[in-house]
Ligand binder design. Structure first.
Ligand code: GPU
Length: 841
């Protein structure tokens, strides 16, 4: 090993090797030292932010010790590793999670109190790491947590965006986007200025004969941008294993900052070059389930894939193994098609740089990659124009064409009679301009393709990848139903519920094996347990009500039924169905007699979520929700019977307050459109029930918790095509109640009706693509059933407890074990006390 301390000096080193704090007193010493020296603040200049900084640094020290040992252990063990490539990691805050996983939260609590602070206030000083849009990015974060907790040797690879998802402000009822500059103070990352990779763009391909007379290609010219590694430690729960998340930042290559220009007085333009290089990793594209084909996005994708693969290959080459061992040492998972360029990139490295034959290289590539699909929505399936790839990545385009040629020849051989098939499955779409279908490239270049819930995994086999099932057989396709980490989404978000469960189950073992929750069913009739369960829900609602009051000024009654829909705003997720239902309820209340009102279940309808900045229809939905809220919340006839709230800037740390506070949450996508959904799992795990369509993971949640404990409604996925057809060509009747809702909107009851006409007309005149009208009656009827069910609190709490007890399946630990066994073929690596056996002895 290069650069290690020589044997005779190791005693001196080991004498001073850092010792982690154990007592409150030691924690205080470390924290004060960090505040005074690392942060250069003083006794007279220490606010909560500085106290957060000191605390984070004290915990970081502990984390780093485990991290170093884990990395040493993994290097020496030299077994297969997993690399999870994702353009998004929606991590949220790190301190509370570090306290839980490292242990010693109580120590910190005591220590901070000695210094005059409360640990809860300190934790909320942290800025969310919001490098993601929604479910896809949060899933990646849950997976990192599970990989470390289960001791898998695994790295995440992503981009270090300077700006994460924008902050949302609501001004006069409209969404306004504010940049999220989050790196002012980030103690959780380590810049590795010595770990850099030069990434090439543009240029041309030269073909020539090498010394042995073999034709070889080389990609030359163009420009170089440097990738710099930033590492983030990912601690596991209940284990010292601490994995690495490596995020790449772009920087002008060292040669790029042109001293010629500088000396000849062109200082400004040389700095401008520098800045242009840095824009590659500057900002997260804020689209969820939508691809817009922008050149900078393609540059991001290649920059990140090339840097990550260079790093992975470099690590493999240190082992001096033959290339055929590569897939036994490396498993790479593609989180959606965003990293698909890694496929031609690895092929390019193997043939152009390492001199392997095409077939030998291709067999390695296919064995290495696995691809997870997260959507069937056509607008989200990535396609890149051939001219754009030709311009930016000329060698990769050649390789993609060669992959396609080999593939089509194989298809032709096996299906000689099916002429149309070739055109349908070609990676190249013969449009103008021609387009590269990234999902097809990902399927062809991987050994396993998985969907994220059973229905979704079935749908990809019968719709977008139907032909590929015929070509490869069904075994190439698999399902791994999504999950969530119970550490963040139960223990951290809902500490009292976690504590109550632990008191019954004899400890916190359920946080490592969530199936143990089934033992709670024995307490479903236990009076004290039920009472405490209800009290916790109430307290969580009070906490959310306080937040709502702070940010919106509206008082809501914590005894009312809290009905929550928080997720990205999207037509397919149907927040419009929800708000139309709310208007329907409002109109009903306005007509009620005092006696009827007395029988009503009071409700608070809570919405939250961001719209992509260019998604005009989604922004209109946000506007309508806010206008309805403005009218309803001020209406004296309504009082506590109905409140409508939009919580601005929904993000991971808001979700941690919101998910534990629901009675009912809404997962009401048009059947067949939501691949899985994961917030559905968070809400049920926290003791709330759900209203949902037969879509995504709702179906499996129903199977696990029982159909008496969920409120399902609406049409089925198998009927969607026919219903859409009926809207366009059939004799379709708009739902009568929905018509009255539209009349109310058209009357100007919620402000200028013109603002909402596109929303209404999309349903009335333009085919109602998301089938709002078809599902409206059953949606409203189901909400009436919910009102009735909520009146019987005894029955209600029985449902909630039963559901929690049956949620064990939805831990992301179960997902990761399934991926490991079915797709990656990797084993956990048990941590060693000193990192490496005997290394310090
Ligand atoms: N998802 Br594609 C996103 O959050 N963003 C995307 O761009 C795409 C998918 C989501 C799915 O919509 C959701 O159903 C799923 O639970 C989640 O990915 C994780 O698989």
């Amino acid at each position: 090993v290069e650069a290690s301390i020589p044997e005779p000096q190791r005693a001196a080193w080991n004498k001073y090797a850092p010792k982690p704090f154990e007592s409150a007193e030691e924690f205080e010493r470390e924290t004060v030292k960090h505040i005074e020296t690392t942060l250069a603040r003083s006794l007279y200049n220490c606010d909560e932010l500085a106290a957060y900084g000191g605390t984070a640094l004290a915990f970081r020290d502990r984390l780093v010790i485990d991290w170093n040992k884990t990395q040493q252990n993994q290097t020496f063990a030299d077994q297969k590793r997993v690399y999870y490539l994702s353009l998004e990691f929606l991590m949220g805050r790190a301190l509370d999670n570090a306290m839980l996983n490292v242990g010693h939260k109580e120590t910190a609590k005591q220590g901070l109190s000695d210094l005059g602070f409360r640990v809860e206030d300190i934790i909320t000083q942290e800025h969310d790491a919001a490098l993601g849009n929604g479910g896809l990015g949060r899933l990646a974060a849950c997976f990192l947590d599970s990989l470390a907790s289960l001791n898998y040797p695994a790295w995440g690879y992503g981009l270090r965006y300077r700006y994460g998802i924008f902050k949302q402000e609501i001004i006069d009822g409209y969404q306004v986007e504010v940049p999220d500059y989050w790196l002012d103070f980030n103690p959780w990352e380590f810049a590795r200025h010595d770990i850099t990779v030069d990434i090439q763009f543009y240029g041309h391909v030269n073909k020539y004969q090498d010394d042995e007379g073999k034709m070889v290609c080389s990609w030359e010219g163009g420009e170089i941008v440097q990738a710099v590694a930033f590492d983030v430690p990912i601690p596991g729960y209940g284990t010292p294993t601490t994995n690495n998340l490596r995020l790449w930042a772009s920087k002008a290559a060292s040669g790029e900052f042109d001293f010629q220009k500088f000396n000849s007085g062109e200082y400004e333009s040389s700095v401008a070059d520098q800045q242009r290089a840095e824009t590659i990793s500057a900002v997260l594209y804020p689209n969820d389930n939508l691809e817009r084909g922008k050149e900078l996005r393609l540059k991001q994708q290649y920059f990140w894939c090339a840097a990550s693969l260079y790093d992975i290959v470099r690590r493999f080459k240190k082992s001096k193994r033959p290339w055929k061992d590569f897939p036994n040492q490396v498993a790479i998972q593609l989180n959606d098609t965003h990293p698909t360029l890694a496929i031609p990139e690895l092929q390019r490295i193997l043939i152009d740089q390492e001199g392997l034959d095409w077939d030998e290289a291709w067999s390695i590539v296919q064995k290495t990659f696995g691809y997870t699909n997260h959507t069937v929505l056509p607008e989200a399936l990535e396609k890149w124009s051939v001219p754009l790839i030709q311009h930016l990545l000329p060698r990769h385009l050649q390789i993609i064409y060669d992959i396609n040629l080999n593939f089509l020849q194989y298809v032709e051989r096996n299906n000689p009679k099916d002429r149309d098939l070739l055109g349908r499955v070609s990676i190249i779409e013969e449009s103008n301009p021609k387009m590269v279908r990234m999902a097809y490239l990902a399927v062809i270049g991987s050994h396993k393709v998985n969907g994220v819930a059973e229905l979704h995994s079935d749908l990809i086999k019968t719709t977008i990848f139907k032909d590929f099932v015929k070509i490869y057989g069904p075994d190439k396709f698999a399902n791994v139903t999504n999950g969530i980490t119970p550490r963040r989404w139960l223990h951290q978000a809902n500490p009292r519920l976690s504590e109550l469960i632990a008191s019954k189950l004899g400890g916190y073992g359920f946080l490592k094996d969530l199936t143990l929750l089934h033992k709670l069913e024995a307490y479903v009739d236990d009076k004290d347990f039920r009472k405490e369960f209800q009290e916790i829900k109430y307290a969580n609602k009070v906490r959310l009500a306080r937040h709502i009051k702070e940010v919106t000024g509206v008082s809501v009654n914590p005894s009312a039924l809290f009905d929550i829909q928080v997720k990205r705003i999207h037509e397919y997720k149907r927040q419009q169905l929800n708000i139309f239902g709310v208007i329907h309820r409002y109109l009903a209340i306005k007509k009620m007699s005092p006696e009827e009102k007395k029988k009503m279940t009071p409700r608070v309808s809570i919405f939250g979520g961001k719209a992509a900045p260019g998604y005009w229809m989604a922004k209109t939905v946000i506007h309508l929700i806010n206008e309805v809220g403005r009218v309803v919340n001020a209406d004296k006839d309504v009082g506590d019977l109905l409140k409508v709230i939009f919580v601005e800037d929904y993000n991971v740390s808001k979700a941690e307050i919101i998910c534990p506070a629901s009675d009912i949450s809404e997962h009401i996508s048009t059947a067949g459109t939501e691949a899985s959904g994961t917030s559905n799992m968070k809400f049920v795990l926290n003791g709330g029930l759900i209203i949902g369509t037969c879509d995504g993971a709702n179906i499996e949640i129903t199977r696990e918790i029982g159909e008496n404990n969920i409120f399902l409604f609406g049409n089925l996925a198998e009927d969607v095509d026919e219903l859409r057809h009926a809207h366009l060509y059939g004799n379709f009747q708009l739902d009568k109640e929905l018509e009255s809702v539209f009349d109310a909107i058209r009357s100007g009851m919620f402000g200028d009706a013109g603002q909402f006409s596109a929303l209404v007309n999309g349903i009335v005149e333009h085919g109602d693509y998301y089938l709002v009208s078809d599902d409206f009656a059953s949606y409203c009827k189901t909400h009436d059933m919910i009102d009735e069910a909520y009146k019987d609190q005894e029955e209600w709490v029985t449902k909630c407890i039963t559901a929690v007890a049956r949620m064990g399946f939805f831990s992301s630990d179960r997902c990761i074990d399934e991926y490991a066994e079915m797709i990656w073929n990797v084993e956990p690596l048990q941590p060693k006390a000193d990192g490496v056996d005997g290394a310090n002895g």
